[in-house]
Design a protein around this ligand. Structure first.
Ligand code: DX5
Ligand code: ZN
Length: 217
């Protein structure tokens, strides 16, 4: 199984000082998780490529696209990551399985842009829907909440899906996102997750470094 990585989600950070917020966790975390929401795929709106381009991150970026028709915007997001981070080849664009009927095409598009390609599954979406793609992608994101908002509760019924995926793909990066904190992370890690996204738990903590360290225990 790959080494455990922590990816704080900036959805719960203070956007009035986003680059200070990113800097506050950069020497403790492994990736920055960036949640893009369009008000259609999920009932919330965040930001787009122009705002990402103005971010500054020394850590690889992990852009979680909760949007309809992602194919229209992938190139803009790839350029934005390069502006924010100085390179794009170590960073992910994650598209939702539920957002496209041509998922394989999206994966190839992301790879063609020189980025790592990942696919996200909502809690109710079964693994069989992406089985044919497992050899082509760099990461699977298993949502442990219904996407749209930070601060929701971990859905424990996703844990068997993490186990099933780990059994099928021993070397794959398996990311979990939603409701991860010091009480829930262990179930996900024991089931086989190796990349933990945590938003409200990290950015809401008095001591962010300690909160991140607690997820590595
Ligand atoms: C939810 C987002 C998550 C969110 C997680 O739709 O995809 O990345 O920021 O927030 P917490 O960790 O607070 O559940
Ligand atoms: Zn996310």
């Amino acid at each position: 199984m790959p080494k455990l990585l922590i990816a704080p989600s900036i959805l719960s950070a203070d956007f009035g000082k986003i680059n200070e917020e990113i800097a506050s966790i950069s020497s403790h975390a492994d990736m920055i998780h960036v949640d893009v929401m369009d008000g259609h795929f999920v009932p919330n709106i965040t930001f787009g490529p122009d705002q990402i381009a103005k971010m500054r991150s020394t850590l690889p970026m992990d852009v979680h696209l909760m949007i309809e028709q992602p194919e229209k915007y992938l190139e803009e997001f790839a350029k934005a990551v390069e502006k924010a981070h100085g390179r794009r080849d170590d960073s992910y664009l994650t598209v939702h399985q539920e957002s496209s009927v041509h998922l394989e095409r999206l994966v190839q598009q992301i790879k063609g842009l020189g980025m790592k390609a990942a696919v996200a599954l909502n809690p109710a979406t079964p693994l069989v829907s992406i089985e044919s793609l497992l050899g082509d992608i760099d990461m699977v994101l298993l949502m442990t909440v219904n996407p749209g908002f930070g601060g929701q509760s971990f859905i424990a019924s996703v844990v068997p899906k993490i186990k099933e995926l780990r059994a099928k793909a021993p070397d794959l990066n398996i990311q979990v996102d939603g409701g991860i904190n010091e009480k829930t992370y262990r179930q996900a890690v024991e089931a086989g997750a190796d990349i933990l996204v945590a938003g409200s738990y990290v950015f809401g903590a008095k001591d962010r470094a300690a909160a991140i360290a607690a997820l590595r225990k």
